[in-house]
Design a protein around this ligand. Structure first.
Ligand code: SAH
Length: 351
């Protein structure tokens, strides 16, 4: 019999499992707290649970750990990038960032990505599978343990498209914010999507209170389709409509991510089109200097980003330039995993 991934279960589901095993339902809360509050991932160490029940837990459940394969620490700004090995040998990346108000963590939601954005390193190594809720959660728990910090914010901006792993991501969000468990306010969580329109409507209905961040990158359909294939399925008009709906239903401001790429999306005309598209919306534009990906030729001049921000400002659109963190450790998502995957297939031992 296959064992159940206990860290992916909600408190309710764990209670149900206890009943099925003929145990008292309240045991679920004890176990849930061992896992999510005390972070004990060995049933034998759950000392207020009888030896008999611990044996049954071991027979029925598994705890899939993550293992640090590589840790890169920035000498510039304390950003730490982790390459984690999952229990099936796949890799994901997680980035811990330090801000004046505390620590924020960027987690992956899939091994690889299907979306194929042209400028993104995650697309290059290909898609393998979606992560379980526990595998998203464990990136936080392991990083907190390794770094000796408590994170106060989470961004779903690592490898993968969160809305292409919708059910598991929603389960993760409920777990990470569970009052009896990790208890992180979803106000401090940002979910970034390339624009899977139907799932934006679904997410709006849940009214989770998180920040929705949309990777727009282009105000023009032809150009956006060229750099982001998802645009061929859900075009800009549909995407903006979904965002307006999200804002109306949740009362939350939406962020638009815009990687400023030389000769692609940073002309005066692009600024005009972007301003026209977003005018009147409760939104904010986050300009990103594009990270260099060695297989791709896209690049930004930093001055180009500031200049583009000014152009938007003159057109009444509020834009900020994202601080570049960990620039000395390749914090751009997907790069480490791609190298590790290549290395494994070439039979290498360490990276
Ligand atoms: N799939 C989701 C989340 C992961 S990507 C999404 O598309 O939003 C997180 C952010 O990094 C996105 O805004 C993405 O477009 C951006 N990004 C990807 N590659 C980049 C690069 N080389 N330079 C700058 N930003 C990049």
């Amino acid at each position: 019999m296959e064992k159940t991934d206990i860290l992916s279960l909600s408190l309710d589901e764990l209670g149900q499992k206890m009943t099925e095993l003929g145990e008292k339902r309240f045991r679920a809360k004890q176990i849930f707290q061992w896992l999510h509050v005390r972070r004990v991932f060995d049933f034998d160490k759950m000392t207020d649970i009888s030896v008999q029940l611990r044996e049954r837990l071991k027979e029925n459940f598994c705890i899939n750990g993550l293992f640090v394969r590589k840790r890169l620490e920035s000498a510039i700004d304390n950003t730490v990038k982790y390459l984690y090995r999952l229990s099936d040998g796949n890799f994901v990346e997680t980035v811990l960032m330090e801000y004046s108000y505390g620590h924020s963590i960027c987690v992956s939601t899939q091994v690889g990505c299907k979306m194929g954005c042209r400028f993104c390193a995650s697309a290059i190594a290909g898609y393998v599978r979606s992560l379980a809720p526990s595998e998203i959660l464990m990136q936080i728990y392991e990083t907190e343990k390794d770094a000796g910090v408590r994170v106060s914010g989470v961004v779903l901006m690592g490898i993968g498209e969160p809305l292409d792993n919708y059910d598991n991501v929603v389960k993760f969000l409920r777990l990470v914010s569970d009052k009896d468990g990790n208890n992180l306010s979803l106000r401090h969580v940002t979910l970034s999507t390339c624009g899977i329109v139907p799932r934006i409507y679904d997410l709006a209905e849940l009214k989770l209170g998180l920040t929705l961040s949309v990777s727009l990158h282009c105000p023009d359909n032809d150009k956006r389709s060229e750099i982001m294939p998802v645009n061929k399925k859900y075009d800009i008009a549909q995407l903006i409509e979904a965002c307006k709906h999200y804002i109306a239903v949740t009362g939350r401001r939406v962020t638009f991510e815009y990687a400023v790429i030389d000769d692609v999306n940073s002309s005066d005309r692009d600024a005009d089109e972007l301003a026209a598209l977003l005018r009147g919306m409760n939104c904010h534009v986050n300009l990103i200097p594009v990270n260099k990906v060695k297989e791709r030729s896209y690049h930004t001049a930093r001055a180009g980003v500031a200049e583009f921000a000014k152009r938007l400002g003159r057109r009444g659109i509020n834009a900020t330039v994202r601080r570049t963190l960990g620039s000395d450790i390749e914090a751009a998502c997907g790069q480490l995993r791609r190298d590790a995957a290549q290395h494994e297939t070439e039979g290498g031992a360490d990276i």
